[in-house]
Design a protein around this ligand. Structure first.
Ligand code: ASP
Ligand code: MG
Length: 424
């Protein structure tokens, strides 16, 4: 996204000039034609007050899941290149449908594919990173007074023109990357919830919506399970200072949550939210010789395959042997299974086991690790709820524990209560 961004002077995003607005509508918001019509109405409203509007759409409803399931019925490990070509079609369908709905309302609109919108990615399939945005076509269309509807989630490798996708939930990333390249006034993420909450409201009925949150805390929340926003989108927003507003398509008067560099100051609360992840698994490499270089030999092949690990624990060794455990995303398990035999023989371990019945719960807030008592309160609350912690991981601004999957909801509720998040 650097190097080729047009100068601000070129940003006259429409007839009246000024910075354009980027809006993104998620799959639930465009799940039916009636909802697409409703989105067209919201876009038309935004068009009246912004000098230019760029809309990024996801695929309709569960389209991406359905396409993925179809591929898996044909093949246990479908080729990544074909999966990208297949999954990108969901957004390819939705963008012109919205442009048609806008046209039907008398709003001039044009739909663009990821390629046409200048979304250029690294040459990797399934989880490609955006390396550059060349938004000239978008600027040209805005200058003609059109609303530009961009197919989210898809990109293209500049020299080969291969279609890539940005990873599940990647339309958020498209939207924020475009907002950065266009120096948009803001990026509004329209979704099916009213913003970012102190915990998942489906698990914690008295979870509170945050009016504002900083990039760092949001990044950490997103990375450990708050599914409202893709972590990569937050990263790009932070790097380019794009104000991101998460708001509900179904309650458009709600201001939602603003993610920005300087959130409105909230009173003294260190812990901002509780995030959780259900789709994780614990991998244990059993009876590893306890000598230098072993951890590197275990984690290097995983890193090279692009698999991130968390909550690494090396158990106390006996007889020069030790167990090494870590967590991975359930979505990476197939790949992990393929790599494990090589890892086990490479380090001379006895074997490896996988436990999918675990989940992760995280306490997130600026400075939590350095605040005396935050960790202790977390462990006490879980203990009092009768929940056994197996593994712990921490960063400056989060503490994560693994818990039995069956007790995840109890764990989230216990922590929300322990930090009195419902009352702040
Ligand atoms: N349609 C894609 C997915 O379901 C991308 C997105 O919705 O953001 O993951
Ligand atoms: Mg999403």
């Amino acid at each position: 996204m650097t190097g080729r961004e047009p100068a601000p002077a070129a940003m006259a995003g429409g007839r009246s000039g000024g910075r354009p607005l980027v809006q993104k509508y998620g799959g639930t918001s465009v799940a039916t034609l009636a909802r697409i019509r409703r989105v067209a109405q919201l876009v038309a409203g935004a068009r009246r007050s912004a000098p230019g509007v760029v809309v990024v759409v996801s695929a309709m409803g569960e389209t991406t899941d359905r396409l993925q399931a179809q591929a898996h019925r044909l093949h246990s490990r479908p080729p990544a290149r074909e999966m990208d070509a297949l999954l990108a079609t969901g957004e390819t369908v939705c963008a012109p449908l919205l442009a048609i709905a806008l046209d039907a309302r008398g709003v001039a609109a044009v739909s663009l594919s990821g390629l046409q919108a200048g979304i250029r990615t690294a040459p990797h399939h399934r989880r490609a990173r955006i390396v550059d945005v060349v938004p000239q076509r978008i600027l040209d269309e805005l200058a003609l007074g059109r609303v530009v509807v961009v197919a989210g989630f898809q990109g293209v490798v500049a020299d080969t023109l291969e279609t890539t996708t940005l990873g599940r939930g990647g339309s958020d990333t498209t939207a924020v990357a475009l907002a950065a390249a266009l120096r948009a006034r803001a990026c509004e993420i329209f979704t099916d919830v009213r913003g970012v909450y102190t915990a998942d409201p489906r698990l914690v009925p008295d979870a509170r919506r945050l009016d504002g949150i900083g990039y760092e805390e949001m990044l950490e929340l997103a990375a450990v399970g708050a599914a409202v926003l893709h972590p990569r989108a937050v990263e790009i927003g932070a790097a380019h200072d794009v104000p991101i507003r998460v708001r509900s398509t179904f309650h458009p008067r709600d201001a939602g949550t603003l993610i920005s560099r300087e959130p409105p100051v909230e009173p003294r609360q260190k812990v901002r939210g509780i995030a959780h992840q259900e789709d994780v698994a614990k991998v244990t490499v059993v009876r590893v010789p306890d000598r230098p270089g072993v951890a590197a030999a275990i984690f290097t092949p995983l890193a090279e395959a692009g698999i991130s690990v968390d909550a690494i624990v090396q158990n106390v060794g006996h007889d020069g042997l030790t167990d090494v455990s870590f967590t991975v995303a359930a979505a990476d398990l197939d790949q992990v299974r393929e790599l494990l035999p090589g890892i086990v023989s490479g380090v001379g371990a006895d074997g490896a086991s996988i436990d999918a019945a675990i989940a992760k719960v995280s306490v997130v807030g600026t400075g939590v690790l350095g605040s005396p008592g935050v960790a202790a309160r977390m462990f006490r609350a879980l203990a009092e709820a009768g929940i056994n912690i197996e593994m712990i991981a921490a960063s400056e601004i989060r503490i994560t524990a693994t818990v039995p999957a069956a007790q995840l909801a109890d764990a989230v509720r216990a922590l929300h209560r322990a930090y009195e998040l419902e009352t702040i």
